[in-house]
Design a protein around this ligand. Structure first.
Ligand code: HEC
Ligand code: HEC
Length: 326
């Protein structure tokens, strides 16, 4: 009897010690670099392409008009921060911060090195771990030149004075995410474009395709379902499921030619916020079609080439199937 009591006490003490450890633990991080990036026209342009087309930073960090198809960013709100809708079912009150150069409500007082660290390593200026819904696990593969271009663009964004709350994560997710950040300790070279599939993988890391196209269970990708779609997104009254983009013939993109793939994206290239149709259950989507429709031919071909190399997974998805909130 006594032994059992000791055992229980011992276990409770261990659990308490574990929790204390996790609560006090700081995320794995390194000091930010002291780099001061030279702003050039080429970097600004490259940064604009990554921010606005490839990585859709604006899509997460801006208020959007959900009454319109494609949910365009509200004019004057580019990068100004937003709290995510509750219906998305994330573990807490998740807020994408204001990343414009406003000195009080944005990141105007951050050094270039601090910005690079947040983007690639997931550590905020104050040393706190960022919730990995911010896709820094993919961005850690972003080349030095690309992340520097991105920072040049961030520095040039019109500052918007817009205060947003800080992310509040539920327990125990708030403790577990401390393991997500990881310093980038070696130089990251520019991607080789000569091997389209390999280059396509680089683009997928920046484009967050895996994050939306892979179902998750408690914040981790579901085993064996990489890019197989079926992730359910609820926003307001609408629902959309991500598509299966593995090369499976019946339920994925297996039968798609490269041309069909490119045409699908280019089909959205005329879309603008002004001409966007009213959002309906049939057209509602989170897929950043408008941004991605303006990728270069080379990049779309590389994305296609990479997607041909992933494991085909049979998973039939009906993206616009009406679903009611749980
Ligand atoms: C899928 C949504 C999403 C995308 C895409 C995204 N972010 Fe974030 N980002 C977030 C969220 C959410 C946070 C805050 C996490 C937290 O508070 O724990 C964040 C945090 C940040 C921070 C830290 C700000 C601070 O005050 O701590 C920076 C800088 C940042 N993002 C820049 C970017 C850039 C640049 C891109 C594009 C390359 C990008 N983000 C793409 C969701 C996103
Ligand atoms: C923010 C979430 C999100 C991101 C990021 C995202 N997608 Fe999607 N994608 C979706 C959703 C939801 C659908 C299904 C609805 C639709 O077709 O618009 C979809 C549909 C598609 C389709 C159409 C498939 C079909 O059968 O019609 C393709 C192709 C695609 N995505 C490729 C990509 C690629 C490549 C990337 C990365 C560069 C990517 N997606 C990034 C959410 C996303």
């Amino acid at each position: 009897m006594k032994k059992l009591a000791y055992l229980i006490l011992g276990l409770a003490a261990l659990a308490a010690a574990g929790l204390t450890y996790l609560t006090l633990k700081s995320p794995n991080s390194a000091p930010p670099s002291t780099i001061r990036i030279e702003a050039t026209a080429a970097r600004l342009e490259r940064g604009r392409y990554i921010f606005g087309n490839l990585a859709d930073c604006a899509g997460c960090h801006s208020e959007r008009d959900w009454t319109k198809a494609g949910a365009p960013v509200i004019a004057g709100r580019n990068g100004a921060g937003v709290a995510f809708p509750k219906e998305l079912g994330l573990p807490g009150d998740i807020v994408a911060p204001n990343i414009t150069p406003d000195p009080t409500t944005g990141i105007g007082t951050w050094t270039d090195g601090e910005k690079i660290r947040a983007i690639r390593e997931g550590v905020s200026k104050d040393g706190r771990a960022l919730f990995p819904f911010m896709p820094y696990k993919g961005y850690r593969h972003m080349s030095d030149e690309d992340v520097q271009s991105l920072v040049v663009y961030l520095n040039a964004l019109p500052p918007v004075n817009h205060a947003v709350a800080r992310t509040k994560l539920n327990f125990p997710v708030n403790l577990f995410i401390k393991d997500a950040p990881q310093p980038v300790t070696v130089p990251v070279a520019a991607p080789q474009t000569s091997n389209p599939a390999k280059y396509g993988e680089y683009l997928v890391n920046l484009g967050g395709c895996r994050d939306c196209h892979t179902q998750q269970e408690r914040g981790t990708p579901k085993e064996g379902m990489l890019l197989a779609g079926g992730f359910v997104f609820h926003v307001g009254q609408f629902t959309v499921l991500s598509a299966n983009i593995t090369p499976e013939v019946e339920t994925g993109l297996g039968s798609w030619s490269e041309q069909r793939f490119i045409d699908k994206f280019r089909g959205y290239s005329g879309h603008t916020p002004e001409t966007a149709a009213q959002a309906t259950q049939a057209n509602f989507t989170l897929m950043p079609w408008t941004n991605l429709s303006r990728l270069t031919d080379q990049d779309l071909k590389a994305l296609y080439a990479f997607l041909r190399t992933v494991k085909p997974v049979k998973n039939a998805v009906e993206p616009h199937k009406p679903l009611t909130l749980p």
